[in-house]
Design a binder for this molecule. Structure first.
Ligand code: FAD
Ligand code: FES
Length: 275
């Protein structure tokens, strides 16, 4: 085991921006020069000294890795402290870890990117990559679902992407007031309305597990092969290096073999509650 990868490096917070009521984006120093280039879908371990360490996805542009962007929802002791960090505060950083989205395997195919809630954060680097290399991909469709209009993450950016002629953006919310003119309903219900070619489509899905389960069902019903459906799995992690077994499922280590896994590898994992 490399000691290096087990030891958090202290880095400074450069900027902090509120996204939603309980969700903040942090821009961090990237630490040791040249060590922090990352792939879309990878994550870092962020350590609040004396409190704990949690996995958080990289949500910025991998083509601009001079600083590191993380979007954090405050749900418990560590994420609350992370979300409250201010510029010039210090946080411990290890990473990047894991296997990311199939950006190379998706080349030449149509891409169906499906995000639920905060699941848009780990997918955002994939979207940046696709837009940077737009000519390598066919049709690009982004489906995004949240609970309400107030929970739409990166709303300004979604609007910008929606203006592009080469990206299709569909947003739906579970419930909304009369002032919402968009779609209402769960995100998997959008899949049958798209009219895409399932044999030539690579799907990337991230969100709460229940949303991913229903989305996978909708994709399979539409004819997308299990090998072409990729999911980002969230499991409790400790080492993030495939050593402690904390995230292990059968022979799969979610930290090292994932977090992005194709559905044919993850079928059993999706139906299990987290341990
Ligand atoms: C690969 C990977 C990438 C991740 N990326 C991000 C990210 O980009 N942004 C982010 O905010 N979080 C992300 N998470 C989840 C994040 O690691 C957890 O929210 C964090 O570990 C919670 O730690 P805590 O000590 O704050 O709360 P805990 O005490 O661990 O949890 C507090 C409460 O929140 C619940 N909870 C914990 N995690 C989640 C969750 N993921 N979803 C819903 N409820 C949860 C717990 O069941 C508990 O009730 C990621 C997780 C993994 C495995
Ligand atoms: S977190 Fe230790 S093996 Fe995956």
């Amino acid at each position: 085991m490399s000691d290096d990868l087990m030891v958090p490096e202290p880095v400074r917070v450069l900027r902090r921006q509120q996204e939603l009521a309980t969700t903040w984006t942090l821009e961090l120093e990237s630490g040791r020069a040249g060590r922090r280039s990352f792939l879309p879908g990878q994550f870092n371990m962020l350590y609040i000294f004396g409190v704990g360490e949690v996995p958080i996805s990289l949500s910025g542009d991998a083509g601009q890795s001079e600083t590191l962007i993380h979007t954090v929802r405050a749900v418990g002791p560590v994420s609350n402290k992370l979300a409250a960090l201010k510029p010039m505060d210090t946080v411990g950083l290890r990473g990047p870890f894991g296997v990311g989205w199939p950006m190379a395997a998706g080349e030449g195919a149509d891409l169906l990117i499906v995000a639920g809630g905060l699941g848009l954060a780990p997918l955002r680097p994939a979207i940046y990559h696709v837009l940077r290399h737009r000519e390598r991909y066919g049709r690009v469709i982004l489906l995004y679902g949240t609970r309400s209009p107030d929970d739409i993450l990166y709303a300004g950016q979604l609007e910008e992407w929606n203006k592009r002629p080469d990206v299709e953006v569909h947003i739906t919310v579970d419930h909304a007031g009369d002032d919402w003119l968009g779609k209402i309903g769960v995100v998997p219900s959008l899949v049958p309305t798209l009219g895409f070619d399932p044999e030539d489509t690579v799907a990337m899905v991230c969100g709460p597990e229940i949303m991913m389960r229903f989305t996978v069902n909708a994709l399979r019903d539409a004819g997308v092969e299990d090998e072409s459906i990729y999911l980002s799995m969230e499991r409790n992690m400790k080492c993030a290096l495939g050593h402690c077994g904390h995230c292990q499922f059968g022979s799969t280590f979610v930290c090292k073999d994932g977090p992005v896994l194709s559905f044919d590898r993850v079928r059993g994992l999706l139906s299990l509650k987290e341990f």
